[in-house]
Design a protein around this ligand. Structure first.
Ligand code: GDP
Ligand code: IMO
Ligand code: MG
Length: 423
């Protein structure tokens, strides 16, 4: 039996979609357990290029089922559009896609609040994706969320919405925002829900049947470890827990089933939004990473900040998540460098410090300690076997492995499904 969990081990956009699409070829069921359409997972395969925000990236294997767990929050319009795109590409979803009715809904006021909070914070803002993520989870944990369950019962939905608008419209008015209209929201939500309703069924039973039958269950983490609400660079984080243990809360799967926990990491580091980034580059090397890596956000199109690989971070991610394997992506982006640096640890006021002891404010002040390696200056794009990699690229990967203390089992050498080395 294989139960494989994929976790982003940096600040998101590590190439999880690419790895999941590849692994889903052998999967029986693919599960998402947290986040919302702040996630954007790029998949490039024989069916085309897709930016997946809610539907699991493993949907392209026609033999696999795909589930959206209760921990995911849903923007109905985005889900409807995604379903439409997939069906247009010839992907059959009926009987394959299952969405938990426990999923909370992103409401129109959540998106406005997201903007208001950010504006109020000024230059201390998080740099959210503006999708209403934080306010939706905020309402969820304070028992004010509206769920797909509620849309199954029109009256209940209307009642809950009325209560929420009573509160929300008062807040909106105090910020000189236009109050929201109950009837308009009802209308758009009921229309959109009609298109989603055939897929709304709690996936718990289907997942546990697969676990009992020892099928290959692939669990698709979103975002990245350092955006975790508790262990990330708070408050420059997202609203959910990213860590492996959250699969129980978000999809009803006990960690005891996991056989593989794969941490996905770029061969360097990127981040969108604000917050500390010890190895960030502001020079020509940073520009090269942006350009060669085409580092612009899949969800918002924002330019990603770029820097060297940070082993202090990934070591922490490996420990807390229990990584059994590492997948290194975008190795090909480093092909033109004369020298490549790896941050091996942090120094603060001349002393070695550990990630877990630092607040975001402290992390902004640390100095990365670097190990410099020679670049390979040879194209690796599309290489499929480890032995065919340049010697210096192999040495770089071995050094990463040594620094992290976990084996590198996958190396991605291009955006397409087949550009992958399995070690
Ligand atoms: P995710 O959110 O972790 O799924 O990552 P994104 O899809 O947001 O961002 C990763 C980007 O890198 C996408 O544009 C991918 O197509 C691309 N990509 C993934 N793996 C590779 C790789 O090995 N090499 C290159 N050059 N691009 C890659
Ligand atoms: P994938 O799954 C990159 C970041 C945002 C922002 C912070 C809070 O594609 O790797 P939010 O909208 O969640 O309230 O924003 O979290 N963020 C991501 N950055 N990739 C993601 O997902 C992200 N999900 C959230 O940029 O800094
Ligand atoms: Mg992404």
């Amino acid at each position: 039996m294989a139960v494989t969990l994929i976790i982003g081990s940096q600040w998101g956009d590590e190439g999880k979609g690419k790895i999941i699409d590849y692994l889903s070829l052998s999967a029986d069921i693919v599960v998402r357990f947290h986040g919302g359409n702040n996630a954007g997972h790029t998949v490039i395969n024989d069916l085309g290029k897709f930016a997946m925000h809610l539907v699991p990236s493993g949907i392209f294997n026609p033999k696999a089922k795909a589930t959206i767990g209760n921990g995911v929050i849903i923007d109905l319009d985005v889900l409807v559009a995604e379903v439409k795109t997939l069906e247009k590409a010839g992907i059959k979803l009926k009987g394959r896609l299952f969405i938990s009715p426990r999923c909370n809904l992103i409401m129109p006021y959540h998106k406005i609040f997201d903007r208001i909070y950010e504006e109020a914070k000024g230059d201390k803002k998080t740099g959210t994706t503006a999708r209403g993520i934080g306010p939706t989870y905020g309402d969820k944990v304070s028992y004010s969320g509206i769920r797909l369950f509620d849309l199954l019962d029109k009256k209940l939905f209307q009642e809950k919405l009325k209560t929420q608008l009573l509160i929300k419209n008062k807040i909106l008015k105090s910020f000189n925002e236009k109050p929201l209209n109950q009837k308009e929201i009802e209308k758009t939500f009921f229309v959109a829900f009609k298109k989603i309703k055939p897929f709304v069924k709690e996936p718990f039973g289907i997942i546990h049947e697969s676990l009992e039958k020892k099928k290959h269950v692939l669990i698709e983490g979103a975002h990245g470890m350092f955006l975790d609400n508790d262990w990330g660079t708070y408050p420059y984080v997202t609203a959910t827990n990213i860590v492996s243990g959250n699969i129980t809360a978000g999809a009803g799967i006990s960690p005891k089933y996991l056989t593989k926990i794969i941490g996905v990491s770029k061969a360097y580091t990127t981040r969108v939004g604000f917050g500390p980034f010890p190895t960030e580059l502001f020079d020509k090397d940073g520009e090269t990473l942006t350009k060669r890596g085409n580092e612009f956000g899949t969800t918002t199109g924002r330019k990603r900040r770029c820097g060297w690989f940070d082993a202090e971070m990934i070591r922490f991610a490996a420990k807390i998540n229990g990584f059994t394997d590492i997948a290194i992506t975008k190795l090909d982006v480093l092909d033109t460098f004369d020298t490549i640096k790896i941050c091996t640890q942090y120094s603060l006021n001349g002393k070695t410090v550990r990630y877990e002891d630092l607040s975001s404010e402290m992390l902004k002040k640390v100095k990365p300690v670097y190990k410099t390696l020679k670049g390979w200056r040879t194209p690796t794009n599309g290489v499929k076997t480890f032995s065919k990699l340049p010697t210096k690229a192999k040495a770089y990967l071995r050094q990463l492995e040594k620094q992290i203390g976990v084996k590198v089992s996958f190396v991605s050498t291009g955006a397409e499904r087949e550009s992958i080395i399995v070690i």
